[in-house]
Design a protein around this ligand. Structure first.
Ligand code: SF4
Length: 354
């Protein structure tokens, strides 16, 4: 049986209000917060498709037909002392996720070769731990980033948790890190429901250190944690205020053993609507659909581009498998879109403060 969400008739006044916001964003103005809140509350499939068509126009206008591809390699997995309730890598939960210590430099260069041969622009080195401070681990990581940059294979990116001082961020920048992923995850209001071992403000401070160092900011969140639509809206505005360059949107894939294992999944239409609302709020940013996309969007996956996505996380995720890269590339080409091979395009964006 179809839900009422899907069977509501087309509403002309909704159509006009969506169009008004769309025209405003296309003209270069910011969407008003109350209009964005209203978009997040749309329910009917007809209204949501109307919203997607405007999000698609906004993506085309600001991002053209290029789809930016990033990939990640887990350089240290599992055993993280934080207790993020969605995460298979937290030491607080019993999960089947593999654990390993820092991998050697050969493994990183091999991942870079693979990423390059797949046409991926940025390769993020990811570690599960509390965060980075000065010491031998930072020295070793900086040597790996310098080696990766020197190889010229891919853009060296990082996702190494919280940063405790400006000096650490400056050293990463000097070693060649161009972009750092550190998600806000959700709204400030909802954050204590997903993690209690650190504070939202510490995440924000990490992003400030990175920005100050001149490193590009990749920061987004996870949908489907039990947050409200208002939380999603607040997250998008918080990312805008912080000046994120790339905004990854993950969708929860509940993992056995974590407290969110039994979380009710979002519908594909709810996810697509949320991506579209992010595009209205963040028209110039790369909006990247990342973890959980194939399992949650299912057959509606390619509609993420119509919803305004301009970037994809390609290859496997940290703790879940993804589509083969060839399949993603085929999907992009089938839609008349173009994988963005220009590994310098992102640096240009950071320079322009986007
Ligand atoms: S999300 Fe990151 S910080 Fe939180 S438990 Fe997982 S690896 Fe640790």
């Amino acid at each position: 049986m179809l839900s009422t969400m899907n069977t509501r008739p087309f509403d002309a006044s909704n159509h006009e209000r969506i169009a008004e916001s769309g025209r405003r964003v296309l003209a270069g103005s910011d969407i008003a917060r109350e209009d964005a809140r209203w978009l997040f509350e749309l329910e009917g499939a007809a209204d949501i498709f109307d919203l997607l068509s405007w999000a698609n126009r906004i993506r085309e206008h600001f991002k053209g037909n290029k789809i930016h591809l990033c990939s990640i390699v887990n350089i240290k997995a599992g055993g993280c002392p934080e207790n993020c309730r969605f995460c298979a890598q937290s030491a607080a939960y019993q999960t089947d996720t593999p654990r390993h210590d820092l991998v050697d430099s050969g493994a990183v260069l091999k991942a870079a070769d693979e990423a390059k041969s797949n046409g991926v622009t940025g390769l993020g080195l990811v570690a599960a731990w509390r965060g980075l401070q000065e010491g031998p681990v930072l020295d070793e990581l900086c040597a790996r980033f310098a080696e990766l940059k020197e190889s010229g294979k891919v853009r060296p990116d990082a996702s190494l948790g919280m940063i405790r001082s400006q000096k650490v961020a400056d050293r990463l920048k000097a070693a060649g890190v161009e972009c750092y992923n550190h998600n806000l995850e959700t709204s400030q209001r909802f954050f204590p429901q997903i993690c209690t071992t650190h504070k939202y403000e510490e995440r924000v401070q990490t992003i400030r250190y990175l920005k100050q160092a001149g490193i590009g900011i990749c920061s987004g969140g996870i949908l489907g944690l039990g947050e409200t639509r208002e939380d999603r809206c607040d997250l998008a505005f918080a990312l805008k205020a912080l000046g994120a360059n790339i905004v990854p949107i993950n969708i929860l894939s509940p993992i056995a053993g974590t407290p969110f294992a039994g979380q009710e999944p979002l519908t594909p239409l709810e996810i697509l609507k949320s991506i579209a609302c992010f595009r209205f709020i963040l028209p110039r940013q790369e909006i990247m659909v990342a973890g959980g996309r194939s399992v949650n969007l299912r057959t509606a996956q390619s509609l993420m581009f119509m919803a305004g996505a301009s970037a994809l996380m390609a290859g496997n995720y940290l703790t879940t498998l993804n589509e083969p890269v060839e399949k993603d590339l085929q999907m992009i080409k089938d839609l008349g879109l173009d994988p963005d091979w220009d590994k310098h395009g992102f640096s240009d964006q950071v320079g322009k403060g986007i």
